[in-house]
Design a protein around this ligand. Structure first.
Ligand SMILES: Cc1cc2nc3c(=O)[nH]c(=O)nc-3n(C[C@H](O)[C@H](O)[C@H](O)COP(=O)(O)O)c2cc1C
Ligand code: SF4
Ligand code: SF4
Length: 432
């Protein structure tokens, strides 16, 4: 079994799978159960100064289901911990003492004033915690009070608070970023400028999951009113992966450690974050949906994958980053066509409807309701592959160099050529 032991910003854990700051890490009882199940670490549910906050007493969650009622997206209006600070600190200290090999990171959110950070940091340090994570991400409730994403949306504040924390604690400082921003590279650069040891992302995305069509209130509805919440779960993974990749390949944040968060449900999701540069991976919704034992599939799946590839965890980390590029550098001489496997086809006609109505009229219906791709029309968009209900029934096949593409009449060329070199690009023509 591949060794999954992780050292992330100097914090050691037996595997890179940490529970994100949220209900699963709200208290000793949960965290001990999580460690027993095999989680490598936790980021404790965000602490604030007393008097502790108060949550709504109605429903906290909205949900988006897949067709099989699987949870695809979760929306919440929960705030930070609603338990007294000293209770949390006592429990953190005890759990860290009892589980010294697990990562114990404590999430913090206090007013954007130096005295507040100076007040809480020594209290956390005294627990023996391994590090802190600054919650500049929660987009609801706390942001109305000038905290959470209200800080995370202003790079200057991120840099300032990060610097205060670095000056006032010996613990590694992670900065948790909000995705509710146009370009995530700016807050990441600010975190680095402030001295952050690493960044964690993403926190939740501002959202309204649904509207009750009987009382016309957004859900979750509290006495007929709703407010936006934070969206997470499998639906947000693509957004999170992109943001992680943007930071991993940005020249200004190159090498900045990243804890990847957002929709991680299986070992594959985790491996994708790691391949895009994440040094640890955090999970919330999947644990809330399926329980703590999902970590066991993550551990065995990732180990097996690494063994099969003959790679170590370090080899995988960042392996996909050099392959993330800008559109303009994609190879325009790479030509593919859709191919339908007639043995697998169940003749549902979905590919035909999609291509005929919304793509390039490149699928014909033959005798006996057979579906065939017309190469002279196929632009290789792969929409048919995406809508086909049978896995691997439609594949995209590369045309060999030297073959003529019947759609363009051009011979496929072997050499790489991108938009910056294309004759239709006015900028390329000007450069010539
Ligand atoms: C109910 C709930 C409460 C959360 N509370 C916090 C919090 O207190 N602090 C924080 O940094 N993130 C909080 N989060 C965000 C998660 O830590 C995580 O960033 C987000 O859910 C994305 O991960 P996921 O897709 O695995 O759920 C919360 C998420 C949920 C669902
Ligand atoms: S790849 Fe696109 S254009 Fe080609 S057959 Fe499929 S849907 Fe039509
Ligand atoms: S969508 Fe797939 S299964 Fe349905 S007709 Fe097309 S190729 Fe066959």
């Amino acid at each position: 079994m591949a060794d999954l032991a992780t050292n992330f910003v100097g914090i050691r854990s037996p595997n890179p799978f940490w529970l994100a700051s949220a209900p699963p890490t709200d208290k000793e009882y949960n965290v001990v159960r999580a460690f027993r199940a095999g989680w490598g670490g936790v980021v404790w549910k965000t602490l604030g100064l007393d008097p502790h906050i108060v949550n709504v007493n109605g429903p906290r969650y909205g949900v988006v289901y897949g067709a099989d009622r699987r949870v695809l997206g979760l929306n919440n209006i929960e705030l930070i911990t609603d338990r007294p600070l000293d209770v949390n600190l006592r429990e953190i200290k005890k759990v860290k003492r009892d589980w010294p090999d697990r990562a114990m990171v404590v999430s913090l959110m206090v007013p954007c004033e130096e005295w507040a950070w100076k007040q809480i940091l020594p209290l956390v340090e005294e627990t023996g915690a391994d590090g802190i994570e600054l919650n500049f991400g929660c987009p609801h409730g706390m942001s109305e009070r000038g905290m959470g994403s209200a800080v995370g949306q202003v790079p200057e504040y991120i840099e300032m608070v990060t610097r205060w924390c670095k000056q006032n604690t010996r613990m590694p400082v992670l900065v948790k970023l909000t995705p509710n921003i146009t370009d995530v590279r700016y807050p990441a650069r600010a975190a680095k400028a402030g001295g952050a040891d690493g960044v964690s992302l993403i926190n939740t995305i501002s959202s309204i999951t649904s509207v009750n069509l009987d009382d016309w209130s957004p859900e979750p509805s509290i006495d007929g009113k709703g407010s936006h919440g934070g969206y997470c779960g499998p639906a947000v993974k693509p957004i999170a992966l992109n943001m992680v990749a943007e930071i991993a390949r940005d020249a200004e944040t190159l090498g900045l450690p990243i804890s990847g968060i957002g929709g991680v449900t299986t070992w594959r999701d985790a491996a994708e974050f790691i391949a895009l540069g994440a040094g640890s991976v955090q999970v919330c919704t999947a644990a809330m949906t399926y329980g703590f034992k999902i970590v066991q599939e993550m551990v065995s799946g990732l180990s097996q994958y690494l063994d099969e590839k003959g790679m170590s965890l370090d080899d995988l980390r960042g392996r996909a980053v050099p392959n993330v590029t800008d559109w303009r550098y994609l190879n325009l001489n790479y030509v593919t066509k859709a191919r339908i496997d007639q043995d697998l086809c169940i003749k549902c006609g979905r590919c035909y409807a999609a291509c005929e109505d919304t793509s390039h009229q490149a699928i014909g219906i033959g005798p006996g309701r057979t579906f065939e791709v017309i190469d002279a029309e196929c632009v290789a968009c792969n929409l048919c592959v995406n809508v086909c209900p049978v896995e691997n029934c439609i594949s995209m096949i590369e045309l060999e160099p030297g073959v003529t593409d019947p759609r363009t009449g051009l011979v496929v060329r072997d050499e790489y050529a991108n938009w910056t070199q294309h004759p239709n690009n006015p900028a390329a023509a000007a450069a010539e």
